[in-house]
Design a protein around this ligand. Structure first.
Ligand code: HEC
Length: 141
């Protein structure tokens, strides 16, 4: 019974998610606009950090959440706000591994539109500082 209810809940919640998110379109956009640098499995390359098993850590603090949108590959991409929100949600779902909790808050078009107008012009130091803040926040929890 427990299993049956669990399965039902999973189907219902995936249905609700599917309404907002078109998985195939998100994957197509990742392939077209992101994969060239980030690799098919999000593993990255020289000077492209791995999204795989890492991207979820940035969601720990508000500045980290914004960072994923403000990084130039996201902020200045040709994707519109809704499609960028969708592809980021897709990346997190596909690649984050254990780095993101099950119930992370999905990006929305309006959040993207508010944040992407502030693209980062310096990433390396900003990212290092952020990672230190995230480690400190995790240590407190
Ligand atoms: C031309 C290569 C390139 C493309 C295309 C690209 N990125 Fe990136 N991305 C990078 C590099 C390089 C970094 C490392 C930070 C920096 O130097 O900008 C990065 C970092 C990121 C990060 C932060 C990861 C971290 O650990 O710091 C995210 C999120 C991201 N990109 C998302 C995207 C998305 C979404 C797309 C497609 C819409 C995309 N990128 C397209 C090169 C690219």
């Amino acid at each position: 019974m427990k299993i049956a209810l669990g399965t039902l809940w999973l189907c219902l919640s995936m249905g609700a998610l599917a309404e907002k998110m078109n998985w195939e379109r998100a994957q197509f956009h990742y392939r077209m606009f992101c994969q060239g640098c980030h690799s098919p499995d999000g593993g990255g390359a020289t000077s492209v950090p791995p999204l795989k098993d890492n991207i979820g850590y940035f969601l720990e603090i508000p500045a980290g959440r914004e960072y994923l949108v403000r990084v130039p590959g996201s902020a200045t991409s040709a994707l519109n706000d809704g499609n960028l929100a969708e592809v980021l949600n897709w990346i997190i779902s596909e690649f984050s591994g254990d780095s993101a909790g099950e119930n992370y808050e999905r990006y929305t078009a309006s959040e993207i539109s508010r944040v992407r107008v502030h693209p980062l012009d310096e990433v390396e130091h900003y990212r290092t500082k952020l990672l230190a803040q995230i480690a400190a926040a995790k240590a407190r929890n």
